[in-house]
Unconditional design. Sequence first.
Length: 156
Amino acid sequence: MRSRLVGCALLAACNHHLIRADYGAGNSGVNYRAEPEHVALAAADGEVVHTTGTSPGHICVLLVHHPPQQPQHQFFTAYCFLDSAVVQRGRTVLRGEMLGTADWMVRLQLCTYPCATAVWDDFEGTRNPERHMAGCYEPRRTYDPATLTRPVPCRN
């Protein structure tokens, strides 16, 4: 997977969404502010594998992604700290589609295995999603299927 994802620089227009980009030091993902719309968006086209949790703030949605040119290089993204999920297992979602709501934060994890239950300080199979980020989701833009977009709406 490492060689299949395209590394991108951070876009200054979206930096206000990061709460902290400290992948590592106990954080197996990157946390983003969910404000002002309070929604979590799919970072790439994929299929819902699982949702976990039922209490607000403790819900995760797990997606699997199969890049069309290289489906054998599947990867997973998890969206955690959600208050609700509006998708169910088996549903196909498109980049930028709403997955759920979040009061203040969405954690995005990027993994080579189903990772919605990553263990504290266990980073095996996880990657820093910011290294594969194309920036803010823009509906009219075409994206490489192996890149990610921010899991929260961007301000204009």
